[in-house]
Design a protein around this ligand. Structure first.
Ligand code: ZN
Ligand code: ZN
Length: 383
């Protein structure tokens, strides 16, 4: 960030907090700050802030060094973490052959479907960024971003990254009230939280896979080394004990006893070393939420009728014109990251294949969306 940007940022921040700001010559701002702001920064009622390279005596010098950024950041608080955007409707044209789009991406192995119609509308998506830090013998950190279509419930796993680039490319505005009202969330708060948690967990595990694999390799190597070292130590008393095996009398008996004690000491030390290693490689993962984006985007909404045996169910799936892709169909159990969906017999739930898998105890299929607690046939509640 160059000084001009810092000056503009501070000016905007001050104005947002009720200050009157006037730019002066020489990279300065004159700030008439309200009391809370003055108290927070220790400024006089009329302060001159200087953003130049020199540190003038008659102004407060603001720079990137020191704790200025932290202090301004604390002023931003939670408000800097949330943003709302609405992509303009110009990207809202639909696919030329809707049935073909469905044919290419729908995958319902145990059900049939029929295209029922296409509507241009706005949908509400949520984009959340999290920072994860894994602490072990080494530290590893990074960011994961997840996306959800709140109006359809779909997980926008990779689509969200493309939507981000679209946001940088296309025109956007602050969402207008009509769009906000017309595209609300279908997910209840608890369900939304559970979904976000599961998604973040899944993504962080994926990100940490290589880090954990490398750590396990180091741990195995250290374990082997510790093991070999103590095996060597053990050889001496073992050799002596076998030499003493045939001997009788008082002296050999005392020696035998001493060697057995030595063996036990080696064993204790070995276990203590293993404990040290476990401690050294114990992994702790911290995940914190960084930013959220409430995104209103034009979509083409497909209505699709799903048929399974005698039942039928109507679902909606959004096609995103900004990235020209169909999102995955809704999923009533599990993450639903890919497009394959099985339909359950009783309530026509849509789940990934694992959501209708056979029970490990009774080998019968059951729907995890119908009975999330466990197999309904088995009293053990087997999963
Ligand atoms: Zn069962
Ligand atoms: Zn079901």
């Amino acid at each position: 960030m160059i000084m001009g940007e810092l000056r503009d940022f501070v000016a905007e921040l001050m104005e947002r907090h009720g200050a009157a700001v006037e730019p002066l010559a020489g990279d300065r701002l004159q700030v008439l700050a309200p009391t809370p702001l003055r108290a927070a920064f220790g400024w006089p009622e009329l302060a001159q802030l200087s953003f130049g390279a020199q540190r003038p005596r008659d102004a407060i010098s603001i720079g990137l060094e020191g704790d200025w950024l932290d202090r301004f950041g604390s002023l931003l608080g939670e408000s800097g973490r949330w943003a709302s955007r609405q992509l303009m409707a110009c990207t809202g044209e639909g696919p030329s052959d809707p049935e073909r789009v469905l044919n290419r991406s729908l995958n319902f192995p145990n059900a049939t479907w029929r295209f029922q119609g296409l509507t241009a509308t706005f949908t509400r998506c949520m984009m959340l960024t999290f920072r994860y830090s894994a602490f072990s013998d080494e530290k590893y950190e990074g960011l994961v971003r997840i996306g959800l279509n709140l109006s359809t419930g779909a997980v926008l796993d990779d689509i969200i990254e493309e939507l981000r680039s679209a946001l940088a490319r296309e025109q956007w505005q602050v969402p207008d009230p009509a769009t906000r009202l017309g595209s609300s969330s279908r997910l209840e708060t608890a369900a939304l939280e559970a979904k976000i948690r599961a998604l973040v967990d899944h993504r962080v595990r994926g990100e940490l896979k290589l880090f954990l694999r490398a750590m396990h390799r180091r741990m195995d190597r250290d374990r082997r080394r510790v093991h070999e070292y103590h095996e060597d130590l053990r050889k001496v008393p073992i050799k002596r004990l076998s030499a003493l095996a045939e001997a009788t009398g008082e002296t050999p008996g005392a020696e035998r006893k001493r060697e057995q004690l030595r063996m036990a000491a080696i064993e204790r030390e070995y276990q203590a070393k293993l404990d040290d290693l476990r401690h050294h490689y114990a992994t702790r993962v911290v995940v914190e939420w960084l930013q959220g984006l409430d995104l209103y985007i034009p979509v083409q909404r497909f209505a699709v009728l799903i048929r399974r045996r005698k039942g039928e169910r109507r679902i909606i799936i959004d096609w995103h014109p900004a990235v020209r892709r169909l999102e995955p169909p809704p999923c009533d159990w599990g993450l639903g990251l890919d497009h394959a969906r099985l339909v359950c017999d009783d309530k026509l739930h849509l789940t990934g294949p694992e959501g209708q898998a056979v029970c490990r105890s009774c080998a019968k299929r059951w729907c995890r969306a119908c009975a999330p607690g466990g197999c309904p046939r088995c009293e053990t509640g087997s999963r």
